[in-house]
Design a protein. Sequence first.
Length: 504
Amino acid sequence: MKIRLFGVLLFIETMALLLTAAVSWFFHVRCGENDYQAFLITAAITGGVGSVLYVLGGRRKTLIDNDDHFLIVSLSWVFFSLFGMLPFLLSGSIGNVTDAFFETISGFTTTGSTILTNVDQQTHGILFWRAIMQWMGGLGIVVFTLAFVPTVAKGSRKSSLFAAEAPGMSVEKLSPSMNVTARILWFIYIFMTVLCAFMYWMGPMSLFDAVCHAFTTISTGGYSTHQESIAYFHSDYIEYVAIAFMILSAINFSMFYFFISGRWDLLRKNEEVHVYLVSIFLMTLVFIGLFVLAPHINGVTEEQLASYPKGGKEVVETSLFHVASMLSNTGYMAQNSNYDLWGMLFVIPTLLMQIVGGCAGSASGGIKMVRVIVIFKVIKNALNELIHPTGMFSVKISGQSVDEVTVRRVCNFLSWFMILFVLNVVVLSCSGMGLEDASIAFLTCFSNLGLGSGATGPSACLADLSVSAKWILSADMLLGRLEIVTVLLVFFRSTWITTKGIRG
């Protein structure tokens, strides 16, 4: 472990806490809310611990070894969540450690699962903290550090540190320097956030709501300042803005850099983006078709029919919003979009979208569109090899051959995914969840969407889950956000101990 880097990371969280304290103080003066003290105390604790770690780490070498990045990335997310849950506890917003940690790690991993049933009654400080947690986690805590505090890991292999946190099969460098690459991505991320906030503000949203929703839209986190989510505003304009930015936020952020720099040929050739956009179009047609055909299918109840959108315009809008929200793994809810009420006919394709998610290199969760493409091409090549035993077949993405190591990593990822699925279903079932609820809970938390069905559905109260289930699902959120391997390697002895002793 590099103690000094952990100190810097905690300084960054301290700045976010101080910003939230300033917002809270503003609403203390304006509305009489008193939670600013909780944020100031938390900032003092976090900054104090960060200072101690920074001073201790200053006496050691700053070079980060090849295996250190797994520890740094995994533990930094845990530390952020441990300190980040303190405002919930100190303000009295959440009354116990389990729920506070669950809410916090759900925020930082942009999962969006919440145990709160009274979001509208929360103070502005708590609502802002929930939003900024998701925004920080959207592109990555360590990536932010590489972008704006480059000297902290001077001389180290930053591409490995970057890759341990960034979602996807590989790191796409936009510059010879990983610091510059991280900075470019964060500037794009910030610009999109500002633009999204402005567009929301132009509609029936207050400036506070617009900023908070911009944070959670661009990060594809899904936390809202209202219990009803986007449906609270009863605005077609707000829903269309949300649709546009949810779709954009699930696209590899490198594509926006290529667009700005005029490298449009790379956009035209990018197979993953094409498949993603076509998937949105096709899945929207699927849900429109389901709404049209469902009334004529035996077994569909009157209650389910009553929850469907009425009229052609509402059917199209509801279908498009639902697909954009689920495929981007944002999890916003619009008017008439409680899919749990629509019936299992709609739940199954919804879960499939949640599992797949958006593009690699975006803020979206899921297993990523590019991995699905690779697996289908691997299957296709396997069939071709049976037909043409002497033929030579390779997997190509965007016209470029994918090396065997990358293909193997994709297969390993999906293997680990299936193993974790089985283990979680067993363990969650032992914690009191039904088999169906346990399966869906794992899939949605691992995919970093947060909205499932049944016990974790839009109408459910996650606070009712058992304590053990909440801790298990919290771990699933982290596994999903860091894509399994980064977290699992923490449990290997060789990650902690070298021939020279314990890493430090």
